[in-house]
Design a protein around this ligand. Structure first.
Ligand SMILES: NC(=O)c1ccc[n+]([C@@H]2O[C@H](COP(=O)([O-])OP(=O)(O)OC[C@H]3O[C@@H](n4cnc5c(N)ncnc54)[C@H](OP(=O)(O)O)[C@@H]3O)[C@@H](O)[C@H]2O)c1
Length: 343
């Protein structure tokens, strides 16, 4: 079968915020598949904040994307043709296929998606990497207990929305921090958080202290910067902080402006016996079976809700990704690259 794939490559390393010229749209004629391979048509492609880090040539937990290489992404795809014994034509699969419309895969790291649990797009959202990040970070590092106060930043997003709802399931009081009024209302009124405060508020620290009269036991950190600064004085003894992400810093260039809060932070770590733990979800994938069982059941029973923000066409991926880093997405951001045969 002869197929042309449209793919998006990294053209240049961004300085600060990414721009269109950092990406290049390329068309590639794919060869016939060989024994052990399969041809996949990508249906949904995930856009995630970590991709900003992959664009930099800096020391990190992952290797950067090379200039001229296809941007990385988790995807949901349909197998169009297969010479791989594990997969048949028509299978819906999840794999790290990248920013492209078609790919020839040898099946490594690819798993079949169960079409019966939920829409297949959720396998890159609430039932995939972001959902796992929320589940593992909150339960294994945050260890929330009934009656405790949990604060989560980027609360309307792919990870934060799941964190807060699981914390509610565990009997906690949950406060979200998000951007726009619309996002804050969604988090409180649709997702059932107890409160949600906008990080655009001048008096964020005061508002947070008003809604957390008993202090904070778990702070789920997605953002960095001023939200953490507002949380810090409110942390209780033995508070836990899953350090999941620092999106407000990803495109920052140069030194961070003062004041230097390191002495305050280290004093709080000592006197409050804080646990602050960074983690990378790919290193905790052993938790996937339990995660999938619990989260599927919670979705099924209506205890967990999710919102997806679709963008149509691979060519729109750079613009949508740049928007993600500015809070323009509302829910899990997904590029729809072709028709979903399960709908
Ligand atoms: N450790 C891991 O393995 C792992 C895995 C997945 C994700 N993460 C991290 O988890 C975090 C959330 O990811 P996600 O997929 O759920 O993204 P998301 O929340 O769906 O989208 C990102 C959101 O971050 C908020 N944001 C962007 N810039 C901000 C700023 N300067 N200050 C405050 N908020 C800002 C925006 O929401 P508002 O409009 O509400 O501000 C934006 O919508 C990210 O930091 C990501 O890197 C980590």
């Amino acid at each position: 079968m002869s197929v042309t794939s449209t793919q998006i490559e990294l053209a240049a390393r961004p300085v600060g915020d990414p721009k269109h010229s950092d990406f290049k749209i390329v068309k590639v004629e794919l060869p016939e598949i060989k024994e052990g391979e399969m041809l996949c048509r990508i249906i949904y492609q995930s856009l995630d904040p970590y991709m900003r880090g992959r664009m930099d040539d800096a020391k990190s937990y992952a290797v950067p994307v090379a200039i001229g290489s296809v941007m990385e992404a988790g995807c949901v795809a349909e197998v169009m043709e297969s010479k791989n014994a594990r997969f048949q034509t028509g299978d819906i699969v999840n794999g790290r296929f990248g920013w492209r419309t078609h790919i020839i895969s040898d099946g490594a790291g690819v798993r079949k998606v169960n079409k019966d649990i939920a829409p297949i797009s959720t396998s890159i959202g609430i039932l995939g990497m972001p959902g796992m990040t929320a589940y593992v970070g909150l339960l294994d590092i945050g260890e929330p207990k009934e009656g405790e106060t949990v604060v989560v930043s980027a609360a309307s997003g792919a990870v934060g929305a799941v964190v807060g709802q699981i914390a509610k399931i565990k009997g906690c009081k949950v406060i979200g921090v998000a951007g726009s009024t619309e996002k804050c209302e969604y988090v409180r009124d649709e997702l059932g958080f107890d409160e949600c405060i906008s990080h655009y508020n001048e008096d964020l620290a005061m508002q947070l202290s008003n809604v957390c009269p008993n202090g904070i036991d778990v702070y789920f950190e997605n953002v960095g910067g001023k939200v953490f600064e507002a949380v810090l004085p409110l942390l209780n003894a033995f508070a836990r902080i899953p350090l999941c992400g620092l999106i407000s810093r990803y495109s920052h260039v140069g030194e961070f402006p003062g004041p230097n809060l390191l002495p305050t932070l280290t004093r709080s770590i000592l006197t409050n016996r804080l646990k602050i733990q960074g983690y990378i979800i790919t290193e905790r994938w052993n938790r996937f079976p339990e995660f999938e069982k619990d989260v599927s059941a919670w979705i099924d029973s209506g205890k967990l809700k999710y919102k997806e923000d679709f963008v149509d066409g691979i060519e729109q991926a750079p613009e949508a990704f740049m928007g993600l880093l500015k809070g323009k997405n509302f829910g899990k951001l997904i590029v729809r690259t072709s028709e979903d045969p399960t709908l």
